[in-house]
Design a binder for this molecule. Structure first.
Ligand SMILES: [Mg+2]
Length: 218
């Protein structure tokens, strides 16, 4: 699937790529509606109904990933709520062995995420993956979500990389599209971002179900 000899920089997404998206899905689809319902004395079904279009309208925007934004508009302590269910944070199967192997290679390995710094800190604390990366970049630091092609240019200013020898692995089609538009040559998707959901059909990009598929030749 990938000729590792041609790759010198690896950009890795966090949620749904290295970490089980079940945490985030459960958090936004179940736990936030539950607490929102409790706060307003309404049913969970009604809370979901009210929240869904509000979440939908912010998709792909930096605010969507901003805990402060949601804390403000929903009047809930979003960062605090994440801590309450932090035991659901989990590394996807075979990710650690992949990271161990790539860490031993001379390749530059960057974690590149839309996650807010508070969320990122909680997840690194829970998973202990931090030492595997040469740098960790949150799109909030660059002021632009990964869904914008300009994000990849700003990233080059922070961590120089060659488009032709860089591989991005990300479960989001919108993010892969923006990277492709910018010119990053090697793009791989993830077909099983949430272990509690069935495998996704990925058509536009080569996709891995788990990281064992990328271990050979590394
Ligand atoms: Mg993701």
């Amino acid at each position: 699937m990938i000729d590792w000899k041609r790759i010198d920089t690896v950009l890795l997404d966090m949620d749904g790529t290295l970490l089980d998206l079940n945490f985030d899905n459960h958090f936004w689809k179940e736990f936030v509606p539950l607490r929102f319902a409790e706060k307003h004395g309404i049913s969970i079904a009604l809370a979901k109904q009210q929240l869904e279009p509000r979440f939908k309208s912010m998709e792909g925007k930096l605010e969507w990933y901003c805990l402060d934004y949601w804390s403000e508009v929903l009047q809930l302590n979003i960062a605090g709520l994440k801590v309450e269910i932090a035991e659901l944070i989990a590394v996807l199967p075979h990710v650690t062995e992949f990271l161990e192997k790539i860490h031993q290679s001379p390749k530059k390995v960057l974690l590149v995420t839309n996650a807010h710094r508070d969320s990122l800190a909680l997840k690194m604390e829970k998973t202990c993956l931090q030492p595997f990366f040469d740098d960790i970049i949150s799109s909030h630091d660059l002021g632009m979500p990964k869904e914008h092609a300009d994000f990849w240019l700003y990233l080059q200013h922070r961590q120089p990389y060659e488009k032709s020898t860089t591989l991005l692995i990300d479960d989001s089609p919108a993010v892969l599209n923006s990277a492709r538009q910018f010119g990053i040559e090697h793009l791989i998707s993830v077909s099983r971002p949430d272990t509690k959901l069935p495998k996704k059909e990925v058509t536009d990009y080569p996709a891995i179900e788990d990281f064992r598929e990328l271990m050979s030749g590394l």
